[in-house]
Design a protein around this ligand. Structure first.
Ligand code: KPL
Length: 293
């Protein structure tokens, strides 16, 4: 499809695995997509099935205010990625990140923040990214509300994309899966499925899941709980995977613990609740990161 000049131009902050996948779908939908690097970048997407590898050129961003932005960097780099970006006062932001609250205080008051939750998986490193699983993706605002005008065009080119109004339940489900699987697999340096096989890890996972349910139930009495089972289902479906936090810890990179379990702890503190399992695991991950070679 040929881009037309009245289509939104999407700026990409964070051209890692998920950001690159989003850029391909946006381009397929006919939207111009530009990178944040000073020079043009070429990306390659490869597939599990027999589809031929595809390429995408991300031109450098034009000058002028940014009205449409995808934020897909790892959460610890959000502030750096957004610093000095010329955001329009009413910028639309697609947040494609783990955890919650990573853009709090970083966007203009009039920004339209659209949260993205996906069960698709992409692996690899710039400039080649490999689409491992193309599953479901939901977009929506925390407060609910209708889809923007461009959404249907994008959904026609983004397999499994749906609008969720509101999206909070999906976010909380994903958050709990990440809050249990990611730090445990990172600290013990095991694939996700090990949580179902090792009795000690299964017990620790249950403790983390139960605490998350207690907190989320206190935040919203309509929360249906059941996180032990939900987390086990995700661990089963991704049994052979290296979680993103395990991968970060293996290469000594900053982890997303503050946006995942840290978010749960901040909510608990507001409500005067203690979450000892999450408190301990956050401390352990911080220690690990601080002492990494
Ligand atoms: O989202 C994930 C992650 O690794 O960040 C899970 C669901 C745990 C799959 O690995």
């Amino acid at each position: 499809m040929t881009p037309s000049s009245d289509l939104p131009v999407w700026h990409l902050a964070g051209a890692g695995n998920m950001g690159t996948l989003a850029a391909f779908y946006l381009r397929d939908a006919g939207f111009p997509v530009v990178g944040r690097r000073p020079s043009p970048t070429r990306k390659t997407l490869t597939f599990e099935d027999r589809r031929a590898p595809r390429t995408l050129d991300l031109p450098a961003a034009p000058a002028g205010p940014i009205r449409h932005l995808v934020v897909a960097c790892k959460t610890p780099y959000s502030a750096a990625a957004l610093a000095e970006l010329p955001l329009a006062p009413d910028v639309t932001v697609l947040r494609l990140q783990n955890g919650l609250g990573s853009l709090d205080g970083l966007l203009p008051a009039g920004a339209d923040l659209i949260e993205v939750v996906t069960t698709s998986a992409v692996k690899g490193r710039h400039p080649t990214h490999h689409l491992v699983a193309e599953n479901q993706t939901w977009m929506g605002r925390a407060r609910g509300g209708p889809a923007p005008a461009w959404f249907d065009t994008l959904a026609a080119h983004w397999p499994g994309l749906e609008w969720a109004a509101p999206i909070r339940e999906r976010q909380w489900r994903k958050l709990v899966a990440n809050a249990v699987i990611n730090p445990l697999t990172g600290l013990y340096d095991v694939p996700n499925g090990r949580l179902l096989e090792d009795p000690d890890l299964t017990a620790r996972a249950a403790w983390l899941a139960d605490e998350a349910d207690a907190l989320l139930g206190a935040l919203d009495p309509a929360w249906s709980g059941g996180s032990r089972q939900q987390v086990a289902a995700v661990a089963r479906a991704t049994a052979g995977n290296t979680s993103s936090m395990r991968a970060d810890m293996q290469r000594g990179a900053a982890t997303e613990i503050e946006a995942i379990n840290g978010w749960l702890l901040r909510q608990a503190e507001r409500l005067g609740l203690d979450l000892p399992a999450h408190r301990e695991i956050v401390a352990a991950v911080r220690d690990h990161t601080a002492t990494a070679p």
